[in-house]
Ligand binder design. Sequence first.
Ligand code: BTN
Length: 258
Amino acid sequence: MYNNPPKTLFVGQKLLFLPECHSTNDIAADLINTASTPEGTVVITSQQTRGRGQRGNSWHTEPGKNLTFSIILKPTFLTVNQQFLLNMAVSLAIHEFLSKYLPQNLSIKWPNDIYWHSQKMGGILIENTIQGLSLTHSIVGIGLNINQKSFTEQPRATSLKLASQPFSNEDEYDLEILLSELLIVFEKFYLLLRNGKTDSLRTYYLRNLYSYGEKRFFVSNGNQFEGTITGVDSQGRLVIEKDNKLCYFFFKEIEFVF
Ligand code: BTN
């Protein structure tokens, strides 16, 4: 599987397919210590036995049905303070790739979940290695629900197949074709970031941000409150207007109420 390299300069030109593994992010972390691992190397599997998600959660999906992979990057041009720009570029890439199949109702839920309406279609786990003030390596772990049709453990999850069912004749999406398409868009966004197009990335990110500008409920420190997302600051904090004041939240400090 995954024998045809995508039409990219470097992303996915080296690809390691493992039918089963514990976590592609962990395999990628082992590979970055090997000098012969070039930037853009992809580790992909059909089944993760110990997939990891954000906030220390685990990531379980049905074997063989979804895209479950990690990309090794060397974003040495980013400082620690700029690391959220990588989250923006990665989530925008996935959003744009999926838009071809789902032109409407896709969004990025801060910081980097991929949503269709209010259901999660994909998640991203970025793990950075830092030296001094700069990033040396990033492992971008992506889990995208593609052909899975039932999500008993995750009540608010969906897949490309479920979301596109009404207007698609596809029996099952071809994961190899989708991966190739996604890696091409991924490289485009990564190169925009590398070429300093950060203002465009920020604008595009906000344009596609879930619940941007809408009043809704959140929970922070056990307290529920109503507020409006007005932006994301340079550190990646979510900016919420609450009682006419701007409040700033890091990832672990706030949750959306559904
Ligand atoms: C989230 O919690 O939303 C992030 C999920 C990230 C899952 C992916 S699947 C491939 C890679 N390997 C892992 O162990 N996790 C990421």
